[in-house]
Design a protein around this ligand. Sequence first.
Ligand code: CUA
Length: 191
Amino acid sequence: MAIHPPKNRLWWNEPVERGEIVWIAIAFLWGVFMFLFMIWWHFTGTQNLSNEAYRIDPDVFAERTEAFADQHTVREEGDTGFPVVRPPPGSDVYMYARLWEWWPVLELERGQTYRLHLSSLDWQHGFSLQPVNINVQVHPGYDMVMTVTPDRVGEYSVVCNEYCGIGHHTMVGKIHVVEPGQPAPAAESGG
Ligand code: CUA
């Protein structure tokens, strides 16, 4: 079967049908509405994070995170042996992403405010805090800083939601939120 040109070669000069004009107008106005809604939602929506981003060398970020962990580790997480770090309320808190882990485990107090710093030591990962569903892109070379005030006690998982290689699905971190002043669960915290 051959492809034939339209009989009327100047088809684009034909008047557009009324029904088609109406649909184009509806689609256009909907697009304008959605565009304005996006701006409005930016200011009034509660989904926006109070995040900031700064350039940082991955080695420097690793050093800061390790120094932070050395200073405030209270115990080790049972199955992984990762340090559980409990920083003082109001302080800077660090967590890095790398193939394929979030390090260290954090323990924060409910109702206290922290400056949470996230970065990657190798390539792109995605910080997805579950079950509250807060999502942040984590890139090497950028210090992503969020001011956070956990409002519910519990155990939160940090899932990597940017495909980052063969271990991507195993890249799960953890944040504990505890009552203020509550001591870290016994066992290894005796020292
Ligand atoms: Cu890290 Cu996927």
